[in-house]
Design a protein around this ligand. Structure first.
Ligand code: SF4
Length: 349
């Protein structure tokens, strides 16, 4: 049986150069491949026309670009599009050839944001999240993460990328950092890291590495200002309490180009009182950050309800008046289950 072809998508410049040399080509051919793959987003080795025909044939014998088109798409009345992408999960114990993830394209005036996934399912098991209910099925490779961007029909329109889809980025940090390196390197897609936001619950040891190794914006899933309440909503709080996360964040500069935000889904009668708002102000005092209040989108079998608009406005105003710049995030794609916390894909096992 022939070995499966290696996927060029997801390889860094040094990896592409090493591949070129291994196949008997000059190392600079790796740089040309990077330009075709990431600068010009070609889907086929034959499109790399400044490689000699002989070199293209050598490359095609063992490699492929590895782009995989979405297998399904749903369009919301508000213009949001949810794509279903096939992936090759990297963990051999959880490998499912049929694994898929959801990716959400959100056009908004002159902005267009893509919400990408980094795992099939998630281990974090947040009470309010469909992906958490799905459980964990595997890590995406850097190629799988990049494929959601490079095989997107609207890739040219993108202005922002957020790692807020399925999975916890810090739990698959090597692949996430590798994808970000390829997106932001001069030899890669050459995007500014300021157009990329990584969202996280906070994981000890990993958050510091993320902050040290990339310049992207950071969004922390807060959802509750106290250890007790956050533990009930998010089991990850027991492993890394929010107070520890905040202390760590205080050691970094968010006053200039890099932005820090806190995501706060508002649940009726759970985390939506002025006492909660006061606790948030106290917790975040002195940090350069913004808060995004998010409406809860009802999911099955979860005893939580979204709060009403008047309470959302009251919270926003209190927080803003007390020094925390706060916005209410518009809900997008709810009619196609593409909104925050609603993504779910089960493999056909
Ligand atoms: S909210 Fe994020 S971290 Fe929590 S279960 Fe869902 S995908 Fe995982």
């Amino acid at each position: 049986m022939n070995d499966p072809k290696k996927r060029l998508l997801g390889m860094t410049l040094p990896e592409l150069k090493a591949m070129a040399v291994e196949l008997g080509m000059p190392a600079f051919t790796g740089g040309q491949m990077a330009q075709w793959l990431y600068g010009k987003r070609v889907a086929d080795i034959d499109e790399m026309t400044n490689l000699s025909k002989q070199n293209r044939e050598r490359l095609k014998a063992v490699c492929e670009v590895g782009r995989m088109d979405p297998v399904d798409c749903q369009r919301s009345a508000d213009g949001t599009i949810k794509y279903l992408f096939p992936v090759e999960t990297s963990s051999p114990t959880t490998h499912h050839p049929s694994a898929k993830v959801e990716t959400v394209f959100i056009p908004d005036g002159d902005r267009a944001t893509l919400c990408v996934s980094c795992q099939v399912g998630c281990k974090m098991n947040c009470l309010f999240c469909q992906t958490g209910k799905q459980g964990f099925e595997g890590h995406l490779t850097a190629a799988d993460i990049l494929n959601q961007i490079f095989a997107l029909p609207e890739a040219e329109q993108l202005t922002n990328i957020v790692f807020m889809g399925q999975g916890e980025p810090l739990d698959n940090l090597d692949a996430v950092l590798k994808a970000i390196e390829i997106l932001t390197a001069d030899w890669g897609w050459a995007w500014s890291p300021r157009r990329i936001t990584v969202s996280t619950v906070g994981i000890r040891g990993k958050l510091q590495r993320l902050l040290d190794e990339c310049d992207c914006h950071i969004a922390v899933s807060l959802h509750a200002p106290s250890h007790e309440l956050r533990s009930e909503l998010m089991p990850a709080e027991r492993a890394m309490p929010i107070a520890e996360t905040i202390e760590l964040l205080r050691g970094y500069d968010f006053a200039h180009q890099r932005r820090l935000s806190f995501e706060y889904i508002v649940f009726e009668g759970v985390n939506d009182t002025l006492a909660h708002a006061r606790a948030i102000v106290k917790l975040l005092q002195g940090l350069d950050c913004r808060i995004n209040l998010i409406r809860f989108h009802q999911i099955p079998d979860v005893p939580l309800r979204g709060t009403d608009d008047a309470t959302m406005l009251r919270l926003r105003d209190y927080l803003t008046q007390h020094g925390c710049f706060t916005t209410i995030r518009a809900s997008r794609g709810e009619d196609i289950q593409a909104a925050c916390g609603m993504l779910i894909t089960k493999s056909e096992k």
